[in-house]
Write a protein that binds this ligand. Structure first.
Ligand code: HEC
Length: 159
């Protein structure tokens, strides 16, 4: 047995842990901490009352001016247009952050005039969609900035 092999074997039982084990352990701890932080950050969901009744009313007016012709008077969708209420809609967006749906509307809708809604109009029309999907209203308005919207999770089924 040459000298190098001898040292390699000696590192395993007892004595000081091999530096690679320490590194792996540190990475593992960092990983667990980051998972905990992420799950705390998205603790809020659409079930927590994230918009107000008044805001949904403003959103309703915007909906019938800008969206209803395609998505239908009851948000039921049409030939080529998806519904914005019901199981297909809520399961499409399930587990995503509300910021994703906000950006989908803000950037791509109305299909014939994309990116023409202001952030406030987008938040208002999104509130109306939340209300129509039976997610409850609350005390504070839905924000129009992305950072807080990233922390609200869409959950099709009440947790
Ligand atoms: C000219 C017709 C038209 C108008 C007006 C329109 N949409 Fe759409 N919308 C569509 C079509 C078609 C799709 C699917 C194809 C696509 O996304 O390009 C869609 C997709 C969507 C989606 C994605 C649905 C899903 O689950 O995949 C959302 C959300 C949405 N629209 C919201 C709105 C809102 C809110 C407005 C009003 C501000 C609006 N749309 C106005 C035609 C329209």
């Amino acid at each position: 047995m040459n000298h190098e092999e001898h040292e390699g074997l000696e590192g395993i039982p007892g004595g000081r842990p091999h530096p690679l084990y320490l590194q792996a352990f540190v990475i593992f701890v960092a990983f667990v901490v980051s998972i905990v932080c992420v799950s705390l950050a998205v603790a809020a969901s659409v079930w927590d009352g994230v918009y107000t009744e008044e805001q949904a009313k403003r959103g309703e007016a915007i909906y019938y001016q800008r969206c209803g012709a395609c998505h239908g008077p009851s948000l039921e969708g049409g030939d080529m247009t998806p519904a914005l209420v019901g199981g297909v809609f809520t399961s499409t967006w399930n587990d995503l952050a509300l910021s994703e749906l906000f950006e989908r509307i803000r950037i791509t809708m109305p299909l014939n005039q994309p990116s023409t809604l202001s952030r406030q109009q987008t938040a208002d029309v999104l509130s109306f969609l939340l209300k129509q999907n039976k997610w409850p209203a609350g005390q504070a308005e839905l924000p129009r900035e992305l950072e807080p919207l990233k922390e609200i999770q869409i959950q099709a089924i009440k947790p």
